[in-house]
Design a protein around this ligand. Structure first.
Ligand SMILES: Cc1cc2nc3c(=O)[nH]c(=O)nc-3n(C[C@H](O)[C@H](O)[C@H](O)COP(=O)(O)OP(=O)(O)OC[C@H]3O[C@@H](n4cnc5c(N)ncnc54)[C@H](O)[C@@H]3O)c2cc1C
Length: 481
């Protein structure tokens, strides 16, 4: 039987691939998304600062600068549609001495050139009033009300779930291993069998240069810049009200103090070039530098407050801008080099890619009604007591706490599994089970048992994040007790 030919195959299910899938879900195109990890969003898109930058960060002369501001404005509507955590908390970029003031002027120029509203200079007195825990050395700041914080993994899950509900095929655990073109159609070899498509979008983050080379789509160099992030104890909630930036360097926004959407404070990231894209280890030197830089902004922060850490990898092309567009291979488009502000820009990147596909001759008939919103997730811990009682009366699983630190119920874990979570990390990123002070000490075995029973698989098949990240193994005869 002849194999089905898709109109578009998106390789890579990070925030960029998911945003494109969601956008193409508006049309009647036959679209497939191929992601090698067990779930979407498990690459750089889950390991970042979770900031929708204000629009004034990147220079207006760059593609990333234009897409930053356009993307920023698209997140409110997406949040209403998909229901992920998102709040416009605003940002302050802080000058600690006179030498920092030109950097503030640059941000003001960016805002003026792009038409970002509300960006203004704050005096020392105003800063002290708004952020009493900020260093007394701060002499001025640029305030941007447009900056937001977001749960980036929730956004990826929502984009992919909505795309799937609108006919996009989402294939996870599906690593692309080779590509060939017969003059008309691409055949994409994957670890689960071949996929055929007229157009291919390469949104594979740190793997993009390798995938482009496989397709004969031109050679380019990707560099990798690691960012380490450190999460602080929830008792510091409210330490800062805005995202606090130092004055930026040419390649980094510096180490930030971030009031995350979930109410914790996160500090980071570092920006260290490494040779290995898979080197996601946090380091003693990274911790030291992040804590020292955060203390320069907010002296009350201590290393004793750190409860968790992770690292993410930026994919950098020469010239430091995004690389989006057609390539020398027919019907093969790069969506590569999506470093920061890639999360912010993702919805705008999706619109740009849709336009490129139209120009290439695809009929994106998206004149139908707007996509229906996703059913909201219930978050028990944040509900008023009367609502919690109502939920527990209707479904006794709401009366059974699985994660004590974050007060996550069995019903929420089952809801997450029913909506796509297939790993412990998938549950954690959808419900927060395992993100609290004990870091999964209490809830891991409970979540594993629920995954096994809801998915009807043995406990030995349950993984932390897919692949070979099993948590228990079958006992074999030769094993020591
Ligand atoms: C520490 C850090 C902090 C950051 N903070 C921010 C921020 O606050 N705001 C902001 O706007 N941006 C931020 N960024 C940048 C942002 O995270 C990235 O721009 C964005 O996540 C890139 O998304 P992506 O989809 O291109 O890549 P990814 O999320 O890496 O997605 C690529 C996907 O391709 C898949 N893939 C790779 N090879 C294959 C294959 N052969 N077959 C199938 N699938 C494959 C991978 O598994 C992966 O899921 C930060 C980045 C870092 C590292």
């Amino acid at each position: 039987m002849a194999q089905r030919v898709h109109d578009v195959a998106i390789i890579g299910g990070g925030v960029v691939g998911c945003a494109i899938a969601h956008e193409l879900g508006r049309s009647r195109l036959r679209t497939v998304l191929l992601e090698q990890a067990a779930e979407v969003g498990f690459g750089t898109s889950k390991a970042n600062s979770g900031i929708i930058h204000g629009g004034h960060q990147a220079a207006p002369t760059t593609l990333k600068g234009r897409l930053e501001w356009q993307g920023n404005q698209l997140w409110d509507a997406l949040c209403a549609e998909l229901g992920f955590g998102f709040a416009r908390v605003g940002a302050l970029t802080v000058a600690l001495d006179e030498a920092d003031l030109p950097a503030l002027e640059t941000l003001e120029h960016h805002a003026a050139a792009k038409g970002v509203p509300g960006v203004e200079r704050w005096s020392r007195a105003r800063l002290r009033h708004a952020e009493p825990n900020l260093t007394k050395q701060a002499i001025a700041a640029v305030y941007a009300p447009t900056t937001a914080v977001i749960n980036p993994y929730e956004a990826c899950f929502g984009l992919a779930e909505s795309a799937a509900r609108n006919g996009v095929e989402i294939r996870t655990g599906c690593a692309v291993t080779a590509l060939s073109h017969d003059g008309e159609v691409w055949t994409i070899a994957t670890c689960t069998g071949p996929v055929r498509a007229r157009f291919v979008l390469n949104a594979t983050g740190t793997a993009a240069a390798r995938i482009a080379a496989m397709a004969g789509a031109g050679e380019y160099r990707l560099r990798y810049r690691k960012g380490e992030e450190y999460l602080l104890d929830k008792r510091l909630q409210g330490l800062v009200q805005h995202v606090i930036y130092p004055c930026p360097s040419p390649t980094s926004k510096g180490t930030l103090v971030i009031p995350t959407y979930d109410g914790t404070i996160m500090i980071g990231p570092t920006a260290d070039e490494v040779l290995d894209a898979d080197d996601l280890a946090t380091t003693a030197s990274g911790a030291e530098r992040v804590i020292a830089a955060a203390q320069r902004l907010v002296p009350g922060i201590s290393e004793r407050d750190v409860i968790a850490e992770f690292a993410g990898m930026r994919a950098i092309v020469d010239g430091e801008d995004f690389r989006i567009g057609p390539t020398e291979a027919p019907g093969f488009f790069d969506v590569a080099g999506i470093q920061s502000p890639g999360l912010t820009a993702a919805p705008a990147i999706a619109l740009m890619v849709a336009d490129l596909l139209r120009e290439a001759g695809l009929d994106l008939d998206d004149s139908g009604p707007p996509l229906p919103p996703l059913p909201p997730f219930v978050h028990f811990a944040g509900a008023p007591i009367a609502r919690q009682q109502e939920l527990a009366a209707a479904d006794p699983r709401y009366g059974h706490i699985v994660c004590r630190c974050e007060v996550v119920t069995e019903a929420e874990v089952c809801q997450a599994i029913a909506r796509g979570a297939g790993t412990l990390d998938g549950i954690k990123f959808r419900t927060r089970a395992g993100m609290g002070r004990c870091q999964g000490g209490f809830c891991t075995s409970r979540c594993m048992a629920l995954l096994a029973s809801e998915l009807d698989v043995p406990l030995t098949a349950v993984t932390k994040r897919g692949g070979d990240s099993w948590l228990v193994v079958e006992r074999d005869e030769g094993m020591q007790p």
